[in-house]
Design a protein. Structure first.
Length: 492
């Protein structure tokens, strides 16, 4: 049974999606989806334990050996991402039944859970597969489900946001597919491990350079790296709250995983960072993303928009760590994948709780909310402190290792800019705190009740994780370090 776990990680949500259609009652569909996601989380935990203890797991689909058959290859990096995606998915789902009551029409509830499971299937497939073309296929499965999830809300602006995401996502996917096709033309294989051995023989050809360029641009569109981020703010702002919470925590993280996988494992570190000047390009774009997106966030009046632009800035931090191209730098990026998932899922879910009670996430509607919804606002403040990087939160751990990596490389100006970027986060987080705690409620608004337990329990589970993993970093740091070292070929 244990040898089948890589396949189970994808098959469980894939088979659960059509079965969910049979459950007409929203409550049953929700329970079924929570169980399916919970099972994938259990599978991911066992896989991580196995990989950390015994090394990479290779599963050949149908018993066909690569490169003729498709293989699932789970190493430390895959297992780490599987844990992030499945755990966040499961916790966020705990609030889904309550959240969608007021944001999605009743007759679409079952459809929501079906699409959710399909999106989860795609994300887990991207992370698990060792085949480049299958990575593209799963990426599109996830993306198509995500477009539909965004459009499910009653806000008509969600349709336009989904359409923008569809156009940009399709362009990105097309670029990735062209790049994969060019690699296949030069090597005759789609297996990533096989590609990594054959590409060096043809690395200096224009076809391989073109393939690399297409894949990098396509993946960066999916990552929402500045300046290819324009689809993200509206997609996050107008999607149903639970959809925003799960997409912000998982979708861009899987895209960053793809970027790491293609550059480190397929094309190789030497080609990606020496032959091609990727390091210089990415450190500049990462820093620009931090400052431009953080500055834009300061002037937002829609709190979802504010945290959406904050996500673009946080992606900038990940890209800066990635561009340092050292074990410490990549470790900082992988740490931030984990930590940012905890931050943003907590923040967007707490915003969903506010939306549930006051029907808006406009900043002026947050006036006096600190007294009326103390637990919800405390969660938003805790998530904001983590975004800033205050000690005892996960955000501090990420930025600590990122600054250490920059200093180890001798990039002290980059370290200074990373710290300066955190000061901008103080400004936009303070705007929320000031409005919620130092202003009176708007005239005419009745007393607001605290969010129901269906929201508060998962929100505070995520907030507690933000604090716990800020204090006890053994899991996140050890796994991120092991994954980084394995990608650099460092023996442990």
């Amino acid at each position: 049974m244990l040898t089948q776990l890589p396949a189970f990680a994808v098959i469980i949500p894939l088979l659960s999606a059509p079965l969910c259609l049979l459950l007409r009652r929203s409550l049953f569909a929700w329970l079924f989806t929570v169980i399916a996601s919970g099972l994938t989380m259990v599978v991911s935990i066992v896989l991580l334990q196995q990989v950390m203890a015994s090394g990479t797991i290779v599963y050949e689909m149908g018993g066909w050996s690569a490169p003729w058959g498709i293989e699932y290859r789970v190493d430390k990096l895959n297992a780490y991402l599987l844990l992030i995606v499945t755990s966040i998915s499961t916790v966020v789902l705990l609030a889904a039944h309550t959240s969608i009551e007021k944001e999605i029409p009743q007759h679409r509830h079952t459809l929501f859970y079906v699409l959710y499971l399909l999106s989860l299937t795609g994300l887990l497939g991207v992370v698990t597969t060792g085949d480049a073309f299958n990575a593209f296929v799963f990426l599109e499965v996830s993306s198509l489900a995500a477009y539909s999830l965004i459009a499910l809300g009653e806000d008509r602006r969600a349709l336009w946001a989904a359409y923008q995401y569809l156009i940009m996502g399709t362009i990105g996917a097309t670029f990735i597919l062209i790049g994969i096709g060019l690699m296949y033309q030069m090597t005759g294989t789609l297996n990533m491990d096989d590609l990594s051995r054959r590409l060096p023989e043809v690395a200096q050809t224009r076809t391989v350079f073109a393939a690399f360029a297409f894949i990098i641009v396509g993946v960066c569109l999916k990552v929402a790296l500045f300046p290819l981020h324009r689809w993200l703010p509206n997609a996050y702002a107008y999607a149903p709250s639970v959809v925003t919470a799960v997409l912000a925590a998982t979708s861009t993280k899987v895209a960053v995983y793809l970027l790491i996988r293609f550059t480190f494992s397929v094309f190789g570190i030497s080609f990606s960072f020496t032959t091609v000047p990727l390091q210089t390009i990415f450190v500049i774009l990462g820093l620009l993303g931090i400052f431009v997106a953080s500055t834009t966030a300061i002037f937002q009046n829609n709190v979802k928009h504010l945290f959406a632009y904050s996500s673009v800035a946080q992606i900038g931090y990940m890209i800066v760590g990635y561009s340092i191209s050292t074990t410490m730098g990549l470790m900082a990026t992988l740490l931030h994948l984990f930590n940012h998932a905890l931050m943003k899922s907590a923040l967007f879910l707490a915003l969903g709780a506010a939306m549930y009670r006051i029907g808006s996430v406009q900043l002026h509607q947050f006036q006096g909310l600190g007294r009326q919804m103390p637990f919800t606002m405390a969660a938003i403040v805790a998530g904001g402190l983590s975004l800033i990087g205050v000690p005892l939160t996960v955000g501090f751990v990420s930025k600590w290792y990122l600054v250490l990596a920059a200093l180890e490389k001798g990039w002290w100006p980059v370290a200074a800019l990373v710290l300066l970027g955190s000061l901008l986060a103080i400004v936009y987080v303070w705007r929320i705190v000031e409005t919620a705690y130092f202003n009176e409620p708007p005239a005419g608004r009745d007393s607001v009740e605290e969010a129901p337990l269906g929201f508060l329990i998962p929100v505070w589970l995520l907030v507690s994780a933000n604090i716990y993993f800020g204090l006890d970093t053994r899991l996140s740091v050890q796994v991120a370090q092991a994954a980084s070292q394995s990608l650099f070929g460092v023996s442990q």
